[in-house]
Design a protein around this ligand. Structure first.
Ligand SMILES: Nc1ncnc2c1ncn2[C@@H]1O[C@H](COP(=O)(O)OP(=O)(O)OP(=O)(O)O)[C@@H](O)[C@H]1O
Ligand SMILES: [Mg+2]
Length: 599
C-alpha cells in the first residue's frame, strides 16, 4: 500500500495500448450505449434504413439501365417511376444518416457527461497524498481528452465501423444471391485485403509522421532561438554559422517530409491497386456473364456501382484507424485514473461516528509518510470533552501531521485515534469530517467572491448567521471598505486578498460550520498582534463548549490552554499547563522567554 504512494501513472505511449486493454475499454463503453435502449434502437433503425437506401440505389439503377436496353425490349420505355424512386433513395440515404446522428447524439453526450462526472467524483475520493503528488494540469487534460475520446469512439463505432460492416455484408449477400458465390467472394476478399493493408501500412507510417512532427518543432525552436539571440549573433558575426545550423535542421526536415510523402504514396496507391484489382476481377466476371447472356447490362452497371460505393467509406479507414487508436489511448489514460484505489477507504459496513461530548484520544500512534522516515512516534494523549489542547514545537516536528491524522487524511501505521471512544478508522470518513472544523495552516480560497467563500462553511446558512460570523471573524470592517463589499472576487487560490484576510475568511467559515471539535493550525499566524488578540478572543468564545486542538508558534495565544504538549521529533518532550511547563524550566520555558524578550 505504501509503495504506491507518490507514484503517478504516466500516460502510455501510443503503441502500448494492447488488445486486452482495447477490449476492456470497449466493454466499458457498453453500459453507456445500453443506457438509452429506445434511442439506441431508433438510431439503429435509422442506420439500417440509410443503409438499405444506399444498397437499393444500384439495384434501381440496374432497372433503369435495363429498361433502356434495346437488346431486351422492342420499344424503349423511360422508366420514369424508377428514376423518381432513385432520387428518393438518394435523398433518403442522406436524411436517415442525419436523423441517426441527431438521435444518437443524446447517447454520446450523456455518456460523456456521466464518465467525466465519475472521474471528477473519483478524484475527490482519492487520498490527499495523491493530490499532493499530482500535476493538476496534466490530470485535467487527461480527463478532457479521455472524455472526447470516449465520445469519438462511440460515434465511430456506431456511425462508421459498424455501418461499414453492415453495408459490406448486405452487398456481399446481394451479390451472393443474385450472381453467385464468386462475386461475394471477391468483394469480401478485396475488402479484407484492403483493411489488412491499410492497418499495416498506417502502423508502419506512424513512425515517419512522428519524425516529421519532431523535426518540425525542433527546426522551429532553433529558428526562434536564433532570432531571439539576434544581438548575440551580431556581436560574434555569426550570421553564416546560424544559417548553416538552421539549414542542417531544415535538411533533416526536408528528407523526413519526403519519406512521409513517399509512404503516403505507398498507402494510397496500394489501396487503389487493391480496389482496381477487385473491380477488374468483378467486371471481368460480369462481362463474361453478360456475353454468355446470363446477365443483363444493367446488372453489370449495378455491380460496378456497388463496388464503388463499398470502397468509398473504406477510403477514410486509414484516418479512422489512427484516430481510434488515439482515442483508445486517451480513454485508457482516463480509466487509469478511475482504476486508482484511494488508500484511505471506509471499512465495509462502517457506521456513523456518534459524538456526544467530543473526547479525543491518540493511543500509541506511529506514523510516517515514507517508511524510512518516522514522523510520529508512539504518541499518546487525551483531550477531555470541552477542553483546549495546545500543541507547540519546532517547525517540522509533526504538528500539522497530527491534525491530518485526526481528520483522517492518513491512517496511522499503528495505534488508534478515537473520538468519543470510537476508533475513527472504523467509522465513515464523512461522519468523522463532519464533526471537525479545520482552519488549516495555509488557507486556499475558491476563485469566487468573499461571501461565497464564507458561505462554503455551511451552504444552507441564513443570512443573519453569515453576517454574524463575518463580524466575529473581524471581517466586517474590511468588507465595508471594499467597493464591491462581500461580492469582491478573491482571485485564484485567494491571491487577491492579504494573508491575514484569507485566514479570517477561513475562520469565519469554520465558525459557520460550527462542529463539536475544532482544529486550528496556526490559525492566526498571519495576523498582526492586535487583530490576533481580537480573533483569539472570538475563537475562545467559539471554543467554549467545544473540544479544541490548537497548533501555535506564538505561545502567547495558548497560555490559557487546559493542556499543552511540546512536540519534538514526533514525540512528547514536555506537557502540562502553562504554569507547570514554566516551572519545569525546559524547552517550553526557553521558547517562552525568547518570545517574551522579542515582544
Ligand atoms: N506529504 C508528505 N510527504 C512526505 N513528508 C511530509 C509530507 N508532509 C509533511 N512531511 C514531512 O513531515 C514532517 C512533519 O511535517 P508537519 O507539517 O507535520 O510539520 P509541522 O510541525 O506542522 O511544521 P510547521 O510548524 O513548519 O508547520 C516534516 O519534516 C515534513 O517535511
Ligand atoms: Mg504545520
Amino acid at each position: 500500500m505504501r509503495s504506491s504512494r507518490g507514484k503517478s501513472r504516466r500516460p502510455l505511449p501510443e503503441n502500448m495500448v494492447d488488445k486486452k486493454q482495447t477490449r476492456e475499454v470497449l466493454l466499458m463503453l457498453l453500459p453507456y450505449l445500453l443506457e438509452f435502449k429506445g434511442r439506441m434502437f431508433a438510431a439503429f433503425t435509422l442506420l439500417v434504413l440509410a443503409k438499405v437506401a444506399v444498397v437499393t440505389m444500384p439495384w434501381v439503377l440496374k432497372v433503369v439501365v435495363d429498361g433502356l436496353d434495346r437488346a431486351q425490349h422492342q420499344i424503349i420505355v423511360v422508366p420514369l417511376l424508377f428514376i423518381v424512386f432513385y432520387g428518393l433513395l438518394r435523398f433518403g440515404s442522406v436524411f436517415f444518416s442525419e436523423a441517426r446522428d441527431a438521435v444518437f447524439s443524446r447517447i454520446t453526450e450523456r455518456a460523456m457527461r456521466r464518465i467525466v462526472l465519475r472521474v471528477f467524483e473519483h478524484l475527490h475520493a482519492l487520498d490527499l497524498e495523491f493530490h499532493l503528488s499530482r500535476q493538476t494540469g496534466g490530470i485535467s487534460r487527461d480527463v478532457e481528452r479521455g472524455g472526447n475520446g470516449f465520445g469519438f469512439l462511440m460515434r465511430m463505432l456506431v456511425f462508421n465501423i459498424v455501418p461499414t460492416l453492415i453495408e459490406m455484408s448486405l452487398v456481399a449477400a446481394i451479390l451472393l444471391f443474385n450472381f453467385g458465390a464468386w462475386y461475394a467472394l471477391i468483394t469480401i476478399l478485396s475488402v479484407g485485403v484492403y483493411i489488412y493493408f491499410t492497418v499495416t501500412i498506417t502502423e508502419w507510417r506512424n513512425r515517419f509522421v512522428r519524425e516529421v512532427n519532431q523535426l518540425d518543432s525542433k527546426t522551429n525552436t532553433r529558428a526562434v532561438d536564433s532570432l531571439l539571440n539576434y544581438e548575440t549573433v551580431k556581436y560574434f558575426n555569426n550570421e553564416a554559422y546560424e544559417a548553416l545550423q538552421y539549414d542542417q535542421n531544415l535538411a533533416g526536415w526536408e528528407s523526413a517530409r519526403l519519406k512521409n510523402r513517399m509512404t503516403l504514396m505507398a498507402l494510397n496507391s496500394g489501396q487503389a491497386l487493391i480496389i482496381a484489382t477487385g473491380m477488374m476481377l468483378m467486371m471481368w466476371l460480369a462481362a463474361e456473364d453478360v456475353a454468355s447472356g446470363v446477365m443483363t447490362i444493367g446488372s453489370l452497371v449495378m455491380i460496378n456501382a456497388y463496388v464503388l460505393q463499398l470502397f468509398m467509406p473504406l477510403n477514410f479507414l486509414g484516418m479512422v484507424y489512427r484516430e481510434v487508436r488515439r482515442a483508445l489511448t486517451d480513454i485508457e489514460n482516463m480509466f487509469s485514473l478511475l482504476k486508482r484505489e484511494p488508500t484511505i477507504k471506509d471499512k465495509p459496513g462502517a457506521g456513523e461516528l456518534q459524538v456526544s461530548q467530543g473526547k479525543i484520544e491518540f493511543r500509541n500512534v506511529c506514523f510516517s509518510y515514507q517508511p524510512e522516515r518516522p514522523i510520529i512516534q508512539n504518541l499518546s494523549f487525551t483531550v477531555e470533552p470541552g477542553q483546549k489542547l495546545a500543541i507547540v514545537g519546532a517547525s517540522g516536528a509533526g504538528k500539522s501531521t497530527l491534525a491530518r491524522l485526526l481528520f483522517r487524511f492518513y491512517d496511522p501505521d499503528s495505534g488508534d485515534i478515537l473520538i468519543d471512544d470510537q476508533p475513527i478508522c472504523s467509522v465513515t470518513q464523512l461522519s468523522v469530517r463532519k464533526v471537525i472544523g479545520v482552519v488549516p495552516q495555509d488557507t486556499v480560497l475558491f476563485n469566487d467572491t468573499i461571501r461565497h467563500n464564507v458561505i462554503y462553511g455551511r451552504p444552507d446558512a441564513e443570512p443573519e448567521e453569515i453576517n454574524k460570523v463575518i463580524e466575529m471573524a473581524r471581517l466586517k470592517r474590511f468588507i465595508e471598505g471594499l467597493p464591491e463589499g462581500d461580492q469582491t472576487e478573491v482571485g485564484e487560490r485567494g491571491l487577491k486578498v492579504s494573508g491575514g484576510e484569507k485566514q479570517r475568511i477561513s475562520i469565519a467559515r469554520v465558525m459557520l460550520k460550527n462542529p463539536p471539535i475544532l482544529l486550528f493550525d496556526e490559525a492566526t499566524s498571519a495576523l498582526d498582534s492586535e487583530s490576533e488578540q481580537a480573533i483569539v478572543g472570538a475563537l475562545n468564545e467559539l471554543a467554549e463548549d467545544h473540544t479544541s486542538l490548537v497548533i501555535a508558534h506564538r505561545l502567547s495565544t495558548v497560555v490559557d490552554a487546559d493542556h499543552i504538549i511540546v512536540l519534538q521529533d514526533g514525540k512528547i518532550a514536555e506537557q502540562g499547563n502553562h504554569q507547570q511547563l514554566l516551572a519545569q524550566d525546559g524547552s517550553y520555558a526557553r521558547m517562552w522567554n525568547l518570545q517574551q524578550s522579542d515582544d
